[in-house]
Design a protein around this ligand. Sequence first.
Ligand SMILES: [Zn+2]
Length: 511
Amino acid sequence: MAHFYVTTPIYYVNDVPHIGHAYTTITADALARWHRLLGDDVFFLTGTDEHGLKVQRAADTKGLTPRQHADQTSERFREAWRLLDISNDDFIRTTEPRHYEAVQTLLQAVYDNGWIELGTYEGLYCVSCEAYYNEDDLLPGNLCPIHRRPVELFKEDNYFFKLSAFQQPLLDWYASHPEMVQPDSKRNEAIGLIRQGLQDISISRTSINWGVPVPWDPGHVFYVWYDALINYATAVGYGSDRQRFDTWWPAVHHLIGKDILRFHCVYWPAMLLAAGEAPPRHVHVHGFLLVGGEKMSKTAFNQIAPADLVPEFGVDGYRYHFLRDQAFGPDGEFSYEGMVARYNADLANNLGNLLSRVATVVAKQCGGVGPAPAPDSALAAVAASVWSAARAGWERVAPSDALEATWRLVRETNSALEAAQPWKLQPGPEVDAVMGDALEALRIVALLASPAIPKSSEEIWRRIGLTGAVGPLDRQRLPAAAEWGGYPGGLPVEKGTPLFPRIKPPYNADR
Ligand SMILES: [Zn+2]
């Protein structure tokens, strides 16, 4: 059985979940659901990153221990993912004992291999990033380029990871694994960072104690990033279950935003090589989700939470917008008007309308019983080409392409209905032929769209009578289930309320 291991970054526990976090998580979720339909053994991991100075300071402010603080804030992410029907198999918290064990095992291996040594570090530190900056990378006035706040001068005894020794090994690795980082532009960016020259990096702190203790020198804790990255190994058994780890690693798919490319495409593979482990096989990098042309940030007050949008668009309307309209890779621009337009066009007018037309005609002209499709229907060829385009889209982590392809079948089926006008015909074989084809197209659409709109797809599946006769949607297996002819006919078709009620466009919308 094929294995499919997909991860989101672990989210910083002080953050409030916003549409950017949700974007990565929904993409990972849709991929996990697609691979489950293929019959793969899937492991989908998300979680929270809970150590570091900022967490300690936030806890102090609230009069809580860091752990109590993290318990409260971490819950907000689990809540958001429940709201959005996220089907993660595990939720890792970096404060769990299993993670301490994995971090200490991995970094002890790096130390034993001679790649970690003690030194003194002095540098300009952004508390919000929890990262030191080179002066060249700062904005005028020594401001952090991300937070636009002043950095602080820190000096301490640190353990250093000899990253400089990995410049050539990393370049060799990239040369022999050209598909590791996608898209190509992001791989080139990673290679460019490595070619610029790598400096040894500080991986421990003595100035704080909220972290994983360095096993050979417990006065130090590991610096958050080098603890956090290891979560991907922890969750599949690193440090506790070698056989399980070897089952899932290194064939992982990391999904990340471009702001953490350096950590995932330079530091993480180097740490793994230093520990004697293989680097991750796939890193898929997406751009920023911009609001009003700017990156969302707490300080810019432009963060939008999923819970702000779900009441109006529904969970599936929300999921569909981000998967269909925000292509994975380049920066995307979020707009409420665009979200309404897409919802109304694809969900209310196209898919929702198709379902309600089919149910209405079947009720009136077929006695409420769905006829079987014709094997030689013109839609069969459309469905076959849609299947291969959708599969290719999901395969290359391009949900927008996969869904665009899937909606071609929705549009072609609506066109076929408009051409045949079965609602004007007398009941009989002609109507049955048209409606059988439309029901079969709906069946295939429900299947192929289910990674994006799981609940709505299940509802379509149920209304056209498939749940009992063919079995639950999530038990179907691709590619066989996508073949034309799977709708058996003779099933009760239910008329229901609109699946995607039309949303009134905002009064000031231009489109
Ligand atoms: Zn910063």
